[in-house]
Write a protein that binds this ligand. Structure first.
Ligand code: NAI
Ligand code: UGA
Length: 436
């Protein structure tokens, strides 16, 4: 099948590459000339484990192409994906200017029947708006389908190629048959394509992200309570996660959720509720709790240094909003850097993948170490922001040699309490007893 993907970011590049892998002829379109030039030369523009070999193979075989020209890119395409940004607008609702702008352009150049697919996360009612924009100029038949994406950064290829489910919102039998054919190679193991109406598909995406954000937030609040009540949240997590009605995943407490999606999507769903005059109370709590949770360790750091961080150097391990990505959008690390700097501390950071992105955002306000141990050289304390695997089993003796004070503030609960005690560290984590 010939397909086009408009927007070649995290979702667009993964979608285009994976569909070329299943034998389709794919053209990825982006307005960013530098991005397209780089991709044409075979240089991948995002860090996503497992993507590069598939990208290389299909590009070399001619099944994966790139262009900045929308009209050329969508020529003869049976399916046109929109994988465009939907950032929060000024009031927090999803800004549809990219989606509707491209829909307008498509309407002007489309010269054959095509299924236009909303892959971006868009509020309920967007498919109708996209349809109207295209219809204003189109001289041919077309269908607009909602097909939200559930991939996670860092495991995007696996999530895309083996999705738990595919959600397709459409009222057109013709579009349904085309989507069924396109997705058939990805649902061979019985994972379903769930067909529904467009509005429900759009709502499903926000419901999924908000529910997951709620699950994490519930555990973060539970962790805070466990600390006060002398319980261990890791035990509680195991105790409830084994109940299949609750499930083991997304129960890990920490210093809040970040990333490009949970924060913006919870907020956008709140805006949708407001539009319909519905007071969605849980959403408000999720946002409030998460904001506080991100800097939860800061008061403990301050207290350790008797309220004064001036002149102290704090080392940060982990900057990305989660492991296996270089993405720092809404990362808790950024909030902690800001809080530490505001309190007068010096900050030295290390992350295996996200250093360049942080340099662009934070510049010379912090020092950049070339490895995890260098970051500890002469530092007064260590804070852990991201659970990169290499931080899980560190050389504790090396750490003790380099750190001025044997103290760790761990926002991701990486270490066993007995082990850390035996190593002689003072250790603050989330929802567990403090080791002194
Ligand atoms: N990042 C993620 O893990 C996931 C994101 N989503 C949703 O997918 C959508 C896209 O997200 P990302 O891929 O992360 O965004 P992104 O910012 O990484 O990529 C968007 C791309 O669109 C391009 N673009 C902007 N205007 C354009 C235009 N007029 N014509 C052609 N290209 C244009 C940009 O240059 C950029 O390369 C959002 O709605 C997001 O909420 C959904 C699931 C997962
Ligand atoms: O719409 C999106 O963009 C995507 O948003 C999330 O994916 P992603 O943001 O890539 O990352 P997650 O693995 O979900 O993690 C999000 C945040 O939650 C935090 N988290 C996750 C799980 C957990 O148990 N505890 C926890 O604090 C992570 O540290 C991270 O900051 C969803 O998991 C995807 O299904 C969805 O497609």
């Amino acid at each position: 099948m010939k397909i086009a993907v408009v927007g070649t970011g995290y979702v667009g590049l993964v979608t285009g590459t994976c569909f070329s892998e299943t034998g389709n002829e794919v053209t990825c379109i982006d307005i960013d000339q530098a991005k397209v030039d780089s991709l044409k030369k075979g240089k991948i523009t995002i860090y996503e484990p497992g993507l590069e070999p598939i990208f290389d193979r299909n590009r070399k075989d001619g099944r994966l192409k790139f262009t900045t020209d929308l009209a050329e890119g969508i020529k003869e395409a049976e399916v046109i994906f929109l994988a465009l940004p939907t950032p929060p607008g000024e009031d927090g609702s999803a800004d549809l200017k990219y989606i509707l702008g491209v829909a307008d352009q498509i309407g002007k150049v489309l010269d054959h029947y095509a299924v236009i697919v909303d892959k971006s996360t868009v509020p309920v009612g967007t498919a109708e708006k996209v349809h109207a924009k295209i219809a204003a100029n189109a001289k041919v038949e077309f269908d607009v389908v909602s097909n939200p994406e559930f991939l996670r950064e860092g495991v995007a290829v696996e999530d895309f190629m083996k999705p738990d489910r595919v959600v397709v919102g459409t009222s057109s039998d013709r579009a349904k048959a085309i989507m069924e054919r396109l997705y058939a190679p990805l649902v061979r193991q019985g994972n379903p394509i769930i067909f529904m109406d467009e509005r429900s598909a759009e709502m499903t995406k926000y419901a999924a992200n908000s529910f997951l954000a709620m699950k994490i937030t519930f555990m973060n609040e539970m962790a805070n309570l466990c600390e006060l009540a002398g319980a261990n949240v890791d035990n509680v997590r195991k105790g409830i996660g084994t109940d299949s009605r609750i499930g083991k995943r997304f129960l890990f407490p920490g210093i809040g959720y970040g990333g490009s999606c949970f924060p913006k999507d919870v907020q956008a769903l709140g805006k949708t509720a407001q539009e319909f005059n519905y007071d969605f109370k849980i959403l408000k709590s999720i946002m409030l709790v998460n904001e506080k949770q991100k800097v939860k360790l800061i008061p403990q750091v301050k207290e350790y240094f008797n309220g004064d961080l001036k002149g102290k150097t704090i080392a940060l391990w982990g900057l990305a909003f989660k492991p296996y990505t270089d993405d720092i959008r809404e990362a808790p690390s950024l909030y902690n850097i800001k809080a530490l700097k505001r309190a007068g501390a010096k900050v030295v950071v290390f992350d295996p993948e996200a250093m360049n992105n942080v340099k662009k955002e934070v510049g010379k306000k912090v020092k950049y170490a070339s490895n995890m141990y260098e970051a500890l050289e002469g530092a007064d304390a260590l804070m852990i922001m991201t659970e990169w695997p290499e931080f899980r089993t560190p050389d504790f003796s090396k750490m003790k040699d380099k750190l001025k004070n044997k103290v760790i503030f761990d926002g991701r609960n990486l270490y066993d309490l007995h082990e850390i005690k035996a190593q002689g560290f003072e250790y603050y984590s989330i929802g567990r007893e403090t080791v002194k």
